[in-house]
Design a protein around this ligand. Structure first.
Ligand code: ZN
Length: 244
């Protein structure tokens, strides 16, 4: 099965549409949470995702928008954007987000937003955190989002001693998943934070286990103009142009 692997759309319809167009035909879309929050098009993004054959799990911004997390845990800009997103969402789209699970398993993959240890909140930024998390899932591979940075962590075994490192990312080239256990983050569609403003995602063949990381440009200024028109925090609009 050819699968579109994405995360952290964050109500950014232009980025989401660019990814769908660039990905071409896929059998299924796997979304690793945070469909809403930050951006200007929560309903359109939820509805576009719902129109596709897909799987989706819950992210911290989805929960915050639903009122399932304390908004004081978020910075001021994120909080304001979450409250605005909550006001826009239709009851039907809120009910869809409410029903999202925290964890899904599709052998040989476990899908979570943050980490297998704490699916909603934990950020896997460093190899030490990644290494600890390999004990919290049973499948060979775990797919995560949340940090908005594409990365692959690998569990290593050097002379019987376990460790963890990162693999160099093959952009626009395939990577065959081997026998080693991996935690894979496709990056963020709607708010990349690795200094590259282009939308980030991956294509995964679930039979051959070949993975391809991709970046695609989208009309950032169109998203920014909507955010300014709707009076969303200016910093959130500006950051899209820089990819941070
Ligand atoms: Zn996010």
């Amino acid at each position: 099965m050819r699968c579109l692997l994405l995360s952290d759309i964050h109500s950014n319809l232009e980025a989401f549409e660019a990814v769908l167009a660039d990905a071409g035909p896929v059998d299924e879309t796997w979304c690793l949470g945070d469909v809403v929050g930050y951006g200007p098009d929560p309903n359109a993004c939820v509805e576009k995702l719902r129109s596709l054959p897909h799987l989706c799990i819950a992210g911290n911004h989805d929960w915050a928008t639903l009122g399932k997390l304390d908004l004081r845990e978020f910075n001021l800009d994120a909080r304001e954007a979450n409250l605005w997103n909550r006001k826009q969402l239709t009851p039907d789209n809120l009910a869809y987000l409410e029903a999202l699970p925290e964890v899904l398993v599709r052998e040989p993959f476990t899908l979570v937003h943050g980490s297998p240890r704490r699916p909603i909140w934990e950020y896997i930024v460093y190899t030490a955190t990644a290494q600890a998390n390999f004990y919290y899932f049973d499948t060979p591979f775990c797919l995560v989002g949340h940090t908005h940075t594409p990365v692959i962590f690998r569990l290593t075994d050097k002379k019987g001693r376990e460790g963890c490192d990162t693999l160099p990312l093959p952009v626009n080239g395939p990577l065959s998943l081997g026998p080693e256990r991996l935690i894979i983050n496709p990056g963020s569609v709607g708010q990349p934070r690795d200094g590259n403003p282009q939308a980030s995602y991956a294509i995964l063949d679930t039979e051959t286990l070949v993975l391809e990381f991709r970046r695609v440009p989208y009309p950032v200024e169109k998203t920014q103009a909507k955010m300014i028109e709707y009076d969303l925090p200016l910093r959130l609009a500006v950051r899209l142009g820089y990819g941070w």
